[in-house]
Design a protein around this ligand. Structure first.
Ligand code: SF4
Length: 239
């Protein structure tokens, strides 16, 4: 989710019309190859092998015992960083500096995380964000989507192609405080071919690390009854 201001980052985030046909052929070929191989299972397996479950459990336990929403967010971020360490050691993800496609798709943020982001960034958050739902509703949708190979776009797909308000010149300005949705978003492909956005918001499956169980645990600790909204609706200029 970081970009180093290459020309690809500064131009439109959508695949251009002139490249579209060739791009779709590559996408088709990539999925055929992935389905015919065990690469995705192998990468997931490597992450699992690199996980430190005791460290993860310690962070989750601390989160569940924390006295305030802010402390819960911090412990849950640390738990997510344990997973990040495993992904990095396993060399299992295409996500790398110089790529910010996923900063242009919907990003679900709970109220507790929005409060944390507002405190860290000094940006004003909406008191009643547009299109908000309960965290429980968002979790139900995620669980019904088939997370591993889903597009992961969910109910806020009208934001596809719109930069996250915390993305500046291709870099995340709140990296240490970025929400769980960003921390738990990993393509386990070999590069970002499938992450590139298509015109007219057509969906492409991206093979993601299946972290649904971690997301569900985290949201339960934060509180299923609170609101969730897209990051752009929490931090729109009108907020
Ligand atoms: S907070 Fe925004 S800019 Fe930062 S990683 Fe998440 S989507 Fe990208």
């Amino acid at each position: 989710m970081l970009c180093d201001q290459t020309s690809a980052c500064m131009n439109s985030v959508f695949v251009s019309d002139t490249r579209l046909e060739a791009h779709l052929e590559q996408v088709h070929a990539r999925w055929q190859a992935l389905r015919a191989s065990i690469d995705l299972q192998a990468r997931s397996g490597r992450v699992q092998a690199e996980m430190d479950p005791d460290a993860f459990d310690r962070m989750m336990t601390a989160a569940s015992r924390a006295k305030s929403g802010g402390q819960r967010v911090l412990w849950l971020h640390r738990a997510a960083d344990v997973v990040a360490g495993a992904v990095s050691r396993a060399k299992a993800s295409a996500c790398t500096k110089g790529c910010d496609h996923c900063c242009h798709i919907p990003v679900t943020v709970s109220r507790a995380e929005a409060v944390h982001l507002a405190a860290v960034s000094g940006k004003r958050m909406a008191t009643a964000p547009a299109h908000a739902v309960r965290v429980s509703q968002e979790l139900e949708q995620l669980q019904g989507d088939g997370y591993l190979e889903g597009t992961g776009r969910g109910r806020w797909e009208h934001h596809i192609g719109e930069a996250c308000p915390f993305l500046s010149h291709g870099e995340c300005t709140v990296w240490a405080a970025r929400p769980l949705a960003c921390r738990y978003h990993y393509s386990i492909d070999k590069d970002n071919l499938l992450c590139q956005l298509l015109p007219d918001k057509q969906a492409v499956e991206v093979p993601q690390l299946n972290v649904l169980a971690f997301t569900a645990m985290s949201w339960r600790i934060l509180g299923l009854n609170q609101e969730a909204a897209d990051i752009r609706d929490w931090f729109s200029d009108e907020a």
